[in-house]
Ligand binder design. Structure first.
Ligand code: FES
Length: 268
């Protein structure tokens, strides 16, 4: 019998069923696609972050999000909107101030946790499929207890989204002053999608509407909570779309910066 002290970590094991599992659908598909998608993205992002080139288009002030804010002494001065104070070293990304927080934000995200626990760690690989490990300790001890810091990484990611937005504003530039090109549409689309992901965060939702007894007494917070909740309902979708938009935005800036393509200009 289950007592009130039982938890997901200490509850009795599953019923003794001889079959490994009783699922007849293709439950492996999800975890396999997740492994392929995340592995490809991490490989591309790692290459770009340490490449330290083709991250800035001087004529139009396009800065790739993988290098924002650019705070290394190796950054092009015009691209360093917040100063250059970190040493220039091949193993130190130009955006070394923001990338660790963004990585931590995604790693501790409720959706990504589900995704990599299932696909990389097989814990468990799918609903009603046994855990790939004999022992299950949940998130009760180091290092997984760090997942509980997600709210603080959200604050950092919020700030970085503001910086990305500022980058997009500064990129409305041409050698003659104001400018608008395809790169601006790409940068703005990425920023809007990043906000959809960030504001739909479970922690954001709690910041907006948590610990309130009466929504009627807090109409503004209620409004924000409603928006956050609507975005939250599609959090997995935003998580994947923003991985794609980040990589595509970076690739576009790299392609223009390297001279592989010319930016389509509408103004300037
Ligand atoms: Fe996914 Fe916070 S829960 S970003």
């Amino acid at each position: 019998m289950t007592t009130t002290e039982d938890s997901a970590v200490s509850s009795p094991p599953r019923a003794a069923i001889a079959a490994r599992n009783l699922r007849i659908d293709n439950w492996r598909r999800g975890p396999i696609l997740t492994v392929l998608g995340i592995t490809a993205w991490v490989a591309y992002a790692t290459f770009r972050v340490f490449y330290q080139g083709d991250y800035w288009v001087a004529d139009y002030h396009y800065l790739t999000p993988f290098y924002s804010p650019c705070v290394s002494e190796g950054c092009v001065p015009d691209a360093a909107h917040f100063g250059r104070f970190l040493p220039d070293h091949p193993l130190l990304p130009y955006a070394a101030l923001s990338l660790p927080f963004l990585l931590a934000f995604r790693l501790t995200c409720y959706y990504y946790r589900k995704a990599y626990y299932r696909s990389f760690w097989l814990s468990p690989p799918a609903c009603a499929v046994p855990d790939g490990h004999a022992k299950y300790t949940g998130e009760t001890r180091f290092p997984l207890i760090v997942q509980n810091f997600h709210r603080y990484f959200f604050y950092a990611a919020f700030l970085i989204s503001v910086i990305n937005t500022w980058d997009a504003v500064l990129a409305m530039h041409s050698p003659d002053g104001f400018g608008l090109g395809m790169g601006n549409l790409v940068l703005w689309a990425n920023v809007v999608l990043l906000w959809c992901y960030t504001l739909g965060c479970h922690s954001c939702r709690h910041v907006m509407g948590g610990r309130l007894k009466h929504f009627s007494k807090h109409p503004v917070r209620y409004r924000f909570w409603t928006v956050s909740s609507a975005l939250n309902a599609r959090h997995m979708m935003w998580a994947w779309i923003t991985l794609a938009s980040l990589a595509l935005t970076d690739f576009y800036v790299m392609a223009v910066a390297a001279g592989w393509i010319t930016d389509l200009r509408f103004v300037g």
